[in-house]
Write a protein that binds this ligand. Structure first.
Ligand SMILES: *[C@@H]1O[C@H](CO)[C@@H](O)[C@H](O)[C@H]1NC(C)=O
Ligand SMILES: *[C@@H]1O[C@H](CO)[C@@H](O)[C@H](O)[C@H]1NC(C)=O
Ligand SMILES: *[C@@H]1O[C@H](CO)[C@@H](O)[C@H](O)[C@H]1NC(C)=O
Ligand SMILES: *[C@@H]1O[C@H](CO)[C@@H](O)[C@H](O)[C@H]1NC(C)=O
Ligand SMILES: *[C@@H]1O[C@H](CO)[C@@H](O)[C@H](O)[C@H]1NC(C)=O
Length: 429
């Protein structure tokens, strides 16, 4: 056999062996053919394909001696994901219950590394998306930051944290305390005097965050979940989902846009002043920027869902659409389905948290509160939104509402009649 063919043959054999161990063959060959993905700065011990890799390298070097240099193959040993490792991306928009649903994963247990809205830093530092760019330009940056974070590499995110971290130490990570894994003992550095209380964790008194420790904690966990409300176009994530080092599952969380508007008017009161004025006047100018923005948001959500539901190859079995209202009605069942979809066992801790936090009557304070009686909560917006505004939403978000099965109301009576459900039963998948 000519050496050229022999090399080829051995490669195939080796790849088959690797596949047996880690079922990443298709992704690996992708990588070999076309990829040049960034390396993580942090190395970690990869369990599965190491033996095969050593063998493959040995065989190759025997065959062609000093001629070849297979440094590329370090890929197998360093960066491919550990077997069973999952990367969950919870995609939503503001006021859709994403903090609440994020907790389903935050509470999974010791083997989960959860981050709450890391992209906040990027949006704050770069310009807020305008109607013209529609967030497209930011899409690539968001994706790259998410990719780094799933690989436990905080270096790109660090560039966006303000004030800039010193020696990878920061007091400014957005909502650190919302992530159990950033507040566990190993990540908890000593408290420094003069640092504001709010930088500390709820569960224990932690000093500023050492991002090196955070990365180490991240690497030690089998599963990773990130919740974000900033990704506007699902298709910008294709390279992330196809990254052979990751096993990404996307959960898109949607909610009735009328409920979202009602909730935003309360949570972001000053920003939504114009809407309040319109509600009082009973008149809404159709070509207003605010109305256009609402339409833009609805269209983005719908188009992302259409991409996901059409099941393109790159998203096959990696996309799930969930309505907040269904979670509110059947929290345990929906949580189970989400966990099943991700391939992670539904832990007793997560279950316990959900049970506690969907049955309580106690209203916790704060706009990001997750402690609510969820089924009661889910319908409250109907008494808060003026009918005029509900009509506007129905007009500009019509196609989105139809896709997700939210019923239109023709009069105020129906809007506030609780015995009429505005939710059609739908199965998306
Ligand atoms: C990686 O493996 C080496 C050799 O088996 C070991 O010495 C080292 O502690 C491991 N590192 C980690 C982070 O597990
Ligand atoms: C192998 O090739 C890579 C680039 O392809 C190069 O950076 C590296 O120095 C080479 N290593 C040796 C030992 O020749
Ligand atoms: C942050 O943690 C790393 C890893 O343990 C350590 O080497 C470094 O000294 C820490 N940084 C500070 C400023 O304490
Ligand atoms: C939550 O709200 C629902 C609907 O109003 C109600 O039936 C249920 O009793 C409440 N649960 C608790 C624990 O208060
Ligand atoms: C609410 O709707 C139900 C079902 O259509 C109807 O029977 C009931 O009279 C309505 N209640 C009010 C107050 O309009």
């Amino acid at each position: 056999m000519k050496p050229k063919y022999a090399v080829f043959f051995i490669c195939i054999v080796a790849l088959v062996i690797i596949e047996k161990e880690s079922n990443i063959i298709s992704r690996v060959s992708d990588k070999l053919i076309q990829r040049q993905t960034p390396q993580t700065t942090l190395d970690y011990n990869n369990t599965a394909p190491r033996g095969s890799l050593t063998m493959l390298k040995m065989l190759l070097s025997k065959l062609i001696g000093a001629k070849g240099n297979f440094s590329d193959l370090s890929y197998f040993g360093r960066n491919s994901y550990r077997v069973g490792q999952k990367h969950i991306l919870l995609l939503a928009t503001t006021r859709t219950g994403s903090s609440f649903v994020g907790e389903f994963f935050n509470h999974h247990g010791d083997n989960m590394f959860y981050l709450f809205e890391p992209l906040w830093h990027i949006e704050r530092m770069l310009t807020v998306p305008t109607e013209a760019n529609n967030g497209q330009e930011l899409g690539g940056i968001y994706r790259d930051v998410l990719q780094g974070l799933f690989l436990c590499d905080f270096s790109l995110l660090e560039k966006f944290i303000f004030p800039p971290p010193q020696d990878h130490i920061t007091t400014a990570l957005f909502r650190r305390e919302s992530s159990f894994s950033l507040c566990e003992e190993r990540v908890c550095s000593p408290v420094i005097k003069d640092v504001f209380e709010r930088y500390h964790c709820k569960t224990r008194h932690c000093g500023p965050l050492n991002l090196t420790l955070a990365a180490e904690s991240c690497l030690s966990k089998q599963h990773h979940a990130i919740k974000t409300v900033r990704v506007r176009h699902l298709d910008t994530l294709q390279p992330l989902v196809e990254d052979p080092r990751l096993d990404v599952r996307v959960i898109q969380l949607v909610r009735d846009p009328r409920a979202v508007l009602a909730s935003r008017m309360v949570a972001f009161s000053s920003k939504y002043q114009t809407w309040k004025t319109w509600a009082q006047d009973g008149q809404v100018p159709e070509d207003n920027e605010e109305v256009k923005r609402l339409k833009g948001n609805c269209d983005n959500i719908r188009m992302s869902a259409e991409v996901g539901l059409s099941q393109p190859g790159w998203l096959k079995n990696r996309y799930m659409l969930v309505r907040y209202e269904d979670i509110a009605r059947y929290p345990i069942q929906k949580a189970k389905e989400m966990y099943q979809f991700t391939g992670i066992p539904f832990s007793p801790q997560a279950r316990e948290w959900i049970l506690t936090n969907t049955q309580t009557t106690q209203e916790a304070s704060g706009i990001y509160s997750t402690q609510k009686n969820s089924s009661e909560q889910a319908d409250k917006w109907r008494f808060k939104i003026p009918f005029t505004l509900a009509q506007v939403v129905q007009r500009v978000c019509g196609p989105t509402m139809k896709l997700f099965g939210y019923r239109f109301v023709e009069d105020e009576k129906t809007l506030i009649n609780k015995s009429i459900s505005l939710l059609e039963d739908r199965l998306f998948r």
